[in-house]
Write a protein that binds this ligand. Structure first.
Ligand SMILES: [Zn+2]
Length: 383
């Protein structure tokens, strides 16, 4: 792997340790632990004096290591997770190749890069990306990977960097030493992160999603190396399960799902029509005075509340979980308030229509009692 010397040291000198909100932070002037987020890259993990390092960041001119327990100041051996470094180098090298591929295929520049624990994102300087551009860039990037080009680390300065055709000009902030990562004749970029010695080690790179982001940019999500294999394994397994569940080949899955969704929409529409018709039939045989109590499906209850004649009555419809309550004579909110007061639960609505969700189903006698309590005084009648 191409890693700067300072990250290859085997010890760290901890100068002080702070405890804050039950968390421990060990500080050092320099550290072999790469800080999280520096240059868009993930940070190192591992151990200092046998204590786990959870997070690493630059604080002023110091490096802070969040550790699982306190360490006394001193010089300690470090153990840095090499498997994680390999993954980081795969994602980072993959990003250089993919960014260069977008530039070559469609003259699209990379604005920024961010590596996460599951995928990396690259913000491209275009408001929209055509899918052909993505697949062509992806294909070129993978051809570069399969060509097993050597990758070189070049240490120079600003003057020396002018001999190279950099993909992106150096930031005006850069002073002193300049580190370049050169991928054969394909790409040269200034970068301080971890990279591989050979493009073949990236294995595979795949764009997995795109998103429009602020400032007219397009963000692409990508996975490389082991992550790309894991991604393929996961999605392949989901697709295989789906195709078994829907008794369809993967190629016909889209059509099959579309058909099922249409069927389901048609059935929902039919169910709604039947509920409406049934509610109409029910409404013709209801008493038009006092408390009208029914049980059934909520679709039927809701239609009934809408179309029924409750000029002189109140509908209380139980759908096996809540009560649908409607009346054109009474303010049903008073009924719901009383039910909550006596039996708990929750509910609310408007004066002509409300819902009440009890803790458990009420007896008809209990509903009747509340009805008499609330309305027989005559005070709550509308008009
Ligand atoms: Zn890099």
């Amino acid at each position: 792997m191409l890693i700067q010397k300072k990250y290859l040291e085997s010890t760290v000198e901890i100068t002080k340790v702070e405890e804050k909100d039950g968390k421990f932070y060990a500080y050092a002037k320099t550290s072999p632990f790469y800080p999280d987020g520096k240059g868009g890259q993930l940070g190192d993990r591992g151990k200092i004096a046998g204590v786990d390092v959870l997070y690493v960041y630059e604080k002023g001119d110091e490096i802070a290591h969040q550790v699982t327990s306190s360490i006394a100041p001193g010089i300690y051996e470090v153990a840095i997770e090499q498997k994680r470094r390999k993954d980081i180098a795969q994602q980072h090298t993959g990003q250089h190749i993919l960014s260069a591929a977008f530039l070559e295929i469609a003259d699209i520049e990379t604005v920024s890069f961010h590596m996460g624990e599951e995928y990396s994102t690259i913000d491209l300087d275009v408001p929209f990306l055509e899918s052909e551009v993505i697949s062509e860039s992806e294909e070129l990037a993978n051809r570069v990977i399969q060509s097993c080009y050597a990758i070189e680390e070049i240490i120079t300065d600003i003057e020396g960097s002018k001999n190279y055709n950099l993909r992106k000009p150096l930031s005006y902030k850069v002073t002193g030493e300049v580190r370049l990562i050169e991928i054969d004749n394909f790409d040269v970029s200034a970068c301080g992160g971890f990279h591989l010695n050979n493009t073949g080690e990236v294995g595979l790179i795949k764009v997995i999603d795109t998103e429009k982001v602020k400032g007219n940019l397009t963000r692409i999500y990508a996975v490389a190396g082991e992550r790309a294999l894991k991604y393929f394994q996961k999605y392949n397994s989901v697709l295989k399960k789906l195709s078994k569940m829907l008794t369809s080949s993967v190629d016909e899955l889209e059509l099959r799902v579309e058909k099922l969704l249409n069927q389901s929409r048609d059935q929902a529409l039919l169910l709604s029509k039947i509920s409406q018709e049934y509610a109409t039939v029910l409404s013709q045989n209801l008493s038009n005075k006092g408390l009208v109590y029914l049980e059934g499906y909520s679709e039927v209850g809701n239609f009934l509340a809408k179309i029924g004649n409750f000029e002189e009555s109140i509908l209380v419809f139980y759908d096996n979980s809540k009560y649908i309550i409607a009346s054109k004579k009474y303010d049903v909110r008073n009924f719901v308030s009383k039910l909550i007061e006596k039996f708990g639960g929750k509910g609310g609505g408007k004066s002509e229509f409300a819902n009440y969700q009890p803790a458990k189903k009420l007896k008809f006698e209990e509903l009747e009692e509340v009805y008499h309590e609330v309305y027989n005084s005559g005070k709550d009648q509308k008009g």
